[in-house]
Design a protein around this ligand. Sequence first.
Ligand code: AMP
Ligand code: FE
Ligand code: FE
Ligand code: ZN
Length: 290
Amino acid sequence: MARPRIDLHTHSTASDGTDSPAELVVAARTAGVDVLAITDHDTTTGWDAAAEALPAGMRLLRGAEFSCVSPTGRGDRDVSVHLLGYLFDPEHEAIVAEQTRLRTERRGRLHRIAGKMAADGYPVDPDGLLALLPEDTSAGRPHLARALVRAGVVNSVDEAFATLLHNGSPYYVPKTDTPVHTAIRMVRAAGGVPVFAHPFARRRGRVVEPSVIVELAGIGLAGVEVDHPDHGPEDRDLLRGLAAALDLLTTGSSDYHGTNKTTPLAAESTAEQALDALLDQATGAPLLTG
Ligand code: AMP
Ligand code: FE
Ligand code: FE
Ligand code: ZN
């Protein structure tokens, strides 16, 4: 049998993707994916619909991408980092509380970003924007980016980020992300498997030093995402070396967001051996087979 196509990082309309969870699993099957993970930002609300629509023969890992903050390892200001958690108990109290807190904060923060832009004359309506987003959707800048495209302010989501929504923009408003140490312990306590998402995605801003990954491996980090569209060849090599030295598993994923990003499903893939290592550590939720 041919090697399975394994894509372990994708987003749906439960956060800032454009495919509903059901559309996501079907699109993944069509794209040749055999094993898929749904990993929306700070929410598990897409889990059930994805499971119900799972095509025959496809396997599904249910997970989430946790918005975190980390020391850089250089002694300067902390940076925003993302942690993928797989197969954790979605009813674990600390996770439910933290994700609920973050989703509430995400709505208020998106309203503030849109409000600052409206005050400067941009044709955006903060209340209208949030009214379009169901209460359990994890609101993010891509939702505002799409509104800016609809209003004709920019031609694409990418252009919205490049010009108005990036972290250094005067309209940017931060959110209070979870300390990455806390998030790793929380995912483990819920029986899940924590993997550092795109650790060296430099085009988004500053990234952590390798020393931080060494330290996180010591407190329960299970793996690092190596093959990611935002990683160049040198960074992939560096991460692979680090993972080998620290006995961390390595993943590869598209980080698919539907039409909010250009990367297609299955653009990157995880090795079967790494998937097995991940599944061996998971006790919080079952792997599903369609
Ligand atoms: P937020 O969660 O609101 O801080 O927004 C960050 C999200 O925006 C990331 O998870 C990406 O999905 C998306 N994003 C960041 N930079 C870009 C970009 N240049 N183009 C499209 N989407 C982006
Ligand atoms: Fe995203
Ligand atoms: Fe991410
Ligand atoms: Zn992602």
